[in-house]
Design a protein. Structure first.
Length: 265
């Protein structure tokens, strides 16, 4: 090999070694390194592009394998490594639920809310039959008492949709590529109550478009609603319970909009 080629390929060889080392390095839970950040951004873009190509009705039930197949070897291996992390190591103390798709899902058709700031579109959602029946009875009772109604902002989510949600939050400015911070907001696939076909969770939104998690909103915006007060006093009658109150021991931020179904009696 000529000296000229040696001068060209030697630095490229060492750069390649450094990049490979950074890729293979165990993710730093506080903040990913720059190679892992590059891979995360690429994964996020490819998954976004894929979701844009499929009907919105299918977003909540997209298969994990379907998303993984959109990635190259390095992206796939990296995201698998991320989801191999024990959530307890990130401060999330919730149990594992399921990676299996329930057979009794009901499709909830899209809803358009006329809010004070304009129309707010809720795409199609899915919910196990038993919890959706109790939800319908519950909101009818609320309407009788308050003249106001709540809607499902998020119901059942497939492991694929959960994986996308985790990566989506990981790249957000508030989390800055920190697995620790992201795990306080979004569970890993299989660890979310939204992935459960039995004690599943629903995230709620009121007719004015207030959920506490929409852009520019805070948990307190939902907490002060009369609908929330009604839920605190009555939701258990319909088998719904607040999962993440203030100061919960599961390592999750306060989520007044997040209620899970559970048959206790």
């Amino acid at each position: 090999m000529s000296n000229k080629l040696l001068y060209i390929f030697t630095p490229l060889f060492f750069i390649g070694l450094i990049m490979l080392f950074l890729y293979c390095e165990k993710p730093d839970y506080n903040r990913l390194n720059f190679v892992q950040i590059y891979l995360t951004d690429s994964i996020y873009e490819k998954w976004n592009d894929h979701l844009a190509e499929i009907p919105k009705d299918e977003w909540q039930i997209v298969e994990y394998s379907e998303l993984i197949n959109k990635l190259n070897y390095f992206e796939r291996r990296f995201v698998e490594r991320v989801f191999e992390v024990n959530p307890a190591d990130l401060g999330f103390m919730g149990p594992f639920y399921s990676l299996e798709k329930p057979e009794n899902l009901i499709k909830i058709e899209p809803v358009s809310l006329n809010t004070p700031t304009g129309k707010h579109e809720l795409p199609a959602k899915y919910c196990p039959e038993h919890s959706y029946y109790d939800f319908e009875v519950m909101v009818d009772s609320m309407f009788s008492d308050l003249g106001r109604r709540l809607y499902i902002n998020s119901g059942y989510r497939s492991p694929g949709r959960q994986a996308y949600g985790f990566i989506d939050d990981l790249v957000m400015e508030r989390n800055d590529y920190s697995l620790y911070k992201t795990a306080k907001w979004v569970a890993m696939p299989g660890y979310s109550e939204h992935n459960s076909g039995i004690n599943n969770a629903i995230d709620l939104i009121n007719e004015d478009g207030i959920s506490g998690e929409e852009h520019g909103q805070r948990a307190e915006d939902f907490e002060v609603l009369p609908e929330y007060k009604w839920l605190i006093e009555n939701a258990s009658k319909f088998n719904f319970y607040l999962t993440y109150p203030r100061g919960n021991n599961l390592g999750v931020q306060f989520e007044p909009w997040h209620w899970h179904w559970e048959k206790k009696n």
